[in-house]
Design a protein around this ligand. Structure first.
Ligand SMILES: Nc1ncnc2c1ncn2[C@@H]1O[C@H](COP(=O)(O)OP(=O)(O)OP(=O)(O)O)[C@@H](O)[C@H]1O
Ligand SMILES: [Mg+2]
Length: 326
């Protein structure tokens, strides 16, 4: 696997004396979608800002396709596109001018056909002659993406691309990210929406209080740390778990009307068959059953703690997607 971005021993202490990053080591593979998860203030934006040359590191080294971001800044920066967390665009420029200008900033020759394709892909073509201040919030966000893509970067950073956007734009964004990946672009996104990481990412990194706590392939992470649950609706409610079933990891739910079995994702078939046999031997009948799998969110909570995860989730509280997402 080829490394396109290498971060070594990176630390950041802000002028205030606050240590935002501590000895970060991270390699990003060419062509992957990497999701960086972490609660508010974990250091995600700081990390991205250093890689993009907006913030200086206190210690450590970052290389983009072999180019050092300090000594070989122009080459490194031209390979990167950044969609920042905060909406920042020139209100009085048109969409077309903003995006074309951004391409020029990186020394790329004009390429109207490419800019047109980017604007069409982002459903901005109809608005190309609009001044930015006449666009809706979601459209402004699309313009930021178009700007970031204007110079055909190999790596795209999306710092909370879907915070506060509607369901439709979120879907579009996912489509766009998949399309970029298919074209070989490496994507690094931060998000508080854990379901987003679960759906999109090849690998997941968890950062908390300036330290990387874990980097893992998503499927391996879900398998390793994920738990599954089997819920049985009992035909007769129980007051307590019968002693004969004490060896199983069982709980009662819904006032004794449900029996809940939590198990590791491995060996599930054998376990469940054996459990059902034990139940029948104990004379416990059920009318229905469902299984569910613990989400990345559960895993995240187990890593950073309930408080930190809740704080991260709170930022999403006024989000229009809340009702429609999980
Ligand atoms: N210019 C600055 N001066 C001092 N401290 C800063 C500065 N910028 C960020 N910090 C602090 O560094 C820490 C990390 O901030 P950062 O913006 O990287 O977090 P984040 O993970 O992106 O959070 P969020 O999820 O809220 O966007 C925070 O405690 C923040 O207050
Ligand atoms: Mg941030």
């Amino acid at each position: 696997m080829q490394t396109i971005l290498s971060i070594e021993n990176l630390s950041k202490v802000y002028a205030s004396g606050f240590r935002a990053l501590s000895r970060i080591n991270l390699d990003i593979h060419r062509g992957e979608i990497f999701a960086l998860l972490g609660p508010n203030g974990a250091g995600k934006t700081t990390l991205i800002s250093i890689v993009c040359g907006i913030v200086n590191a206190s210690e450590g080294q970052v290389r983009v396709a072999g180019h050092d971001i300090v000594t070989d800044y122009r080459a490194a920066r031209s390979l990167i596109g950044l969609v920042p967390q905060e909406l920042t665009t020139d209100a009085f420029e048109t969409v077309w001018a903003t995006v074309s200008f951004s391409r020029g900033l990186f020394g790329k020759p004009a390429n109207p056909a490419y800019v047109e394709r980017v604007l069409r892909d982002l459903s901005l073509w109809e608005k190309r002659n609009n001044k930015i201040l006449t666009l809706s919030g979601g459209m402004k966000r699309r313009v930021l993406i178009a700007k970031a893509l204007a110079h055909e970067p190999q790596i795209l950073f999306l710092d909370e691309p879907t915070a506060g956007v509607d369901v439709e734009l979120r879907r579009d964004m996912w489509e766009l990210v998949r399309g970029l990946k298919a074209n070989g672009v490496t994507i690094i996104l931060t998000t508080h929406y854990i379901d987003e990481a679960e759906e999109m990412a090849d690998r997941i990194g968890v950062i908390n209080a300036g330290e990387i706590m874990l980097v893992e392939r998503k499927d391996a992470l879900m398998r390793k740390l994920g738990r599954k649950q089997l819920t049985l609706q009992l035909d007769t409610p129980l007051n307590a778990i019968p002693p004969a079933l004490a060896a199983w990891r069982l709980e009662l739910g819904n006032g004794g009307a449900e029996l809940i079995y939590t198990y590791d994702a491995e060996n599930e078939r054998n376990d469940i068959l054996a459990l059902l046999k034990s139940l029948s031997e104990s004379g416990i009948g059920f009318t229905d059953l469902q299984t569910s799998q613990s989400s990345l969110e559960d895993i995240f909570v187990s890593l950073v703690g309930k408080d930190a995860a809740a704080a991260a989730a709170r930022t999403a509280e006024n989000d229009p997607r809340k009702e429609t997402s999980r």
